[in-house]
Write a protein that binds this ligand. Sequence first.
Ligand code: GCO
Ligand code: MG
Length: 418
Amino acid sequence: MKITRVRSILTAPDGITLVIVKVETDQDGLYGLGCATFTQRPTLVAKAVDDYLDPLLQGRDPRNSEDLWQMMMVNSYWRNGPVLNNAISGVDMALWDIKGKLANMPVYDLLGGKCREAAMVYRHADGREPQEVLENVIAYQEEGYLAVRCQMGGYGGRVKDITQATAVPSDQAPQATHRMEVMDRIASNFPGAYYNADVYARSIPPLFDYIRSKIGFDLFLLHDIHERLAPIDAVRLAKQLEPYRLFFLEDPLPPTQIEWFRRIREQCATPIAMGELHTHPLEWRPLVAEQLIDFVRAHISALGGLTPARKMASVCEAFGVRTAWHGPGDTSPVGHAANLALDLACHNFGVQEVIYFSERIYEVFPGTPELRGGYLWSNGKPGLGIDIDETKAAQYPITIKPIEWTQSRWPDGTLWTP
Ligand code: GCO
Ligand code: MG
């Protein structure tokens, strides 16, 4: 049995660029699909797949997924970055898909079988002010969801235009005018997505106080800081949120600030989740081994696929850390199917992030997992249980333009992790 071709497919059914890898074999009709979605640099991933992994893998036995993963990981010599890891993930997940099809078993059965019937999920509630956030939380609760992430104005502190970044009270008009002139000068030299980190940080405890006062504590609530605060302010916010019993507080710090995770853990019991940005084992090993976090949030394709993710989940189980795989709109439905395989087979599953799957998504990706009653359900089909309609995928071409939201800046123009 041999691999005959490895190729990338780029598509954007809902306007978010998705990267899929298809591994074809010399067995009639046998192929696999994997997710390689790095939505900020999709064409680089596609090039890595088509120019380097295709010629490397042609003629190899697709059943040897472990050996092929090890070989792909070191074949470029320099390794562990988001572009190459995503390319490797696309192949790796496709090999697990093929393995399941050969065994006539869903991937979760290859990994030890089900620990649960379906995966508890969380959805994203947002709003411009606490009342609107609450309405969206209650709407999800009434749909049967058990867990909801609460944000206010996305990742917070956003300003309609730069002059608001300083949050000048309206009664200080003269100073406001002065500040607007200053701010305009700052922004003209340093354009970007300005936000006021302090305004954001001060707005979140009242938000959760309000929501909890209205709905109590039966619903799991989550929040994502998205690495947008100075470290000490992340410590302060984690402590302030302790009374509101979050299911977890996500990305309080960037991956480089491991020592500050120790400070948070020393000072409060708010459960911490981290990892969507992780691409290197050295980023998550200390967080797990020292139990500095409670949930890993890996974007599985950024790790390099199902092969490293299942190993991460096993290490986490030994340290009492649970999984909460990354699952936003820039995870493809194939990636969501891979998340779900682990969600069902890993004992230390925590919660699964998902977004709404549109009709277009179900058309382009037949077999996309089903969202029902607050859970994500597998269709139980062999492999990852999902396919791609390439004709329909081609109807949603990708577009490339400079990304604005990651040019995130504090009011004084300082660029900050987005
Ligand atoms: C999340 C993530 C996303 C990321 C996005 C980056 O928790 O779902 O933080 O919102 O910002 O995936 O492309
Ligand atoms: Mg996040």
